[in-house]
Design a protein around this ligand. Structure first.
Ligand code: GLY
Length: 314
């Protein structure tokens, strides 16, 4: 998947080299990844356990401290472009139906970001949930999700409506299909940019996790959680949103940069802080770039007078 990251870096650099703002360069890079169905953002976002719904989060931030984000937005092609537009409103964050309707005011038409692969993953997850698969995250094994089901469709109805080609019905015996540990996802794509004049821009986008109630919002649109930027650098994270919010990850890492801790050390500390496989990070300071992860993470970097660094694209 590094090829997608390289294409995103190239797109970001093209904007920088033609005189664009760092934040717009970061957005251009993220658009490339949102349009690539292999990543959990935009097209290819995780389909929820109802088998139908996709809700996406995205955010942007500049080194002047300006922030724009969208949470639980639906039926748009590029959530990061909506987040960029929020930057120019009196608000920091638009959520749900309001975010989607705001996108329409920008001329963005309804768009279905689901893919066959996303729907198949959702069907697999439904089966595992019904079968009380022991590889489900412990908090979901304990959680009475039936009582709190807040999707428009029932579980098997949703599976049917969301499937293209397959029956999509959950088997009556609730048998667990062959396969490994449950991967409900919580991956994110992001681009960090440093312009030749030292200003930073960062953009982040995600389809969140499949194993969630409707309306769940992760770390991506929360300033200081999934991303942060300022005069000392730019930070972008991927991983378990709840944990990343819990520790205020990106703001911590930024504060370490401001205190003079090198980017590489700050990145390693970040992974320790969030608890190993719970999160991965990219860190860009005025003089260096670094990444740290204990999980697979695709990334790419390029420097050309102006520098762009991309990741996490896991
Ligand atoms: N890191 C993305 C999410 O948890 O939503």
């Amino acid at each position: 998947m590094s090829d997608g990251c390289r294409a995103a870096v190239d797109a970001a650099l093209r904007v920088l080299e033609s005189g664009g703002e760092p934040v717009d360069a970061a957005v251009a890079g993220v658009v490339v990844l949102e349009d690539d169905p292999r990543y959990n953002a935009g097209t290819g976002s995780r389909v929820r356990i109802d088998g139908v719904t996709v809700q996406m989060d995205a955010a942007v931030m500049t080194s002047a401290g300006r922030f724009g984000g969208v949470a639980a937005i639906e039926q748009v092609k590029n959530p990061v472009c909506v987040a960029r537009a929020v930057l120019d409103t009196p608000h920091l964050l638009l959520a749900g139906d309001g975010a989607t309707r705001f996108a329409r005011t920008l001329g963005m038409p309804p768009y279905d970001p689901t893919t066959d692969d996303g729907r198949a993953r959702a069907r697999d997850l439904q089966k595992r949930l019904l079968a009380r698969d022991p590889t489900l995250p412990a908090e979901w094994a304990r959680f009475d999700w039936r009582r709190h089901w807040n999707f428009e469709h029932g579980l098997s109805q949703g599976a049917s409506a969301g499937s293209a080609g397959g029956s999509g019905q959950v088997p009556a015996d609730g048998k667990v299909p062959a396969g490994g540990k449950v991967d409900a996802g919580s991956d994110t794509v992001g681009v960090a940019v440093r312009a030749a004049d030292g200003r930073f821009g960062v953009a982040l986008s995600t389809g969140g996790t499949a194993l969630t109630l409707r309306g769940r919002v992760g770390d991506v649109p929360i300033p200081g959680a999934g991303l942060f930027a300022g005069v000392h650098g730019a930070v972008a994270a991927t991983g378990t949103g709840e944990r990343i919010i819990d520790v205020g990850l990106a703001r911590h890492v930024y504060d370490w940069l401001a205190a003079g801790i090198p980017a590489e050390q700050a990145a390693k500390r970040a992974v320790d802080l969030v608890g190993g496989k719970n999160g991965s990070i990219i860190v860009m300071s005025p003089t260096a770039m670094s990444a740290a992860t204990e999980s697979p993470m695709a990334w790419a970097a390029r420097e050309s007078g102006a520098s762009t660094w991309l990741g996490p694209g896991s």
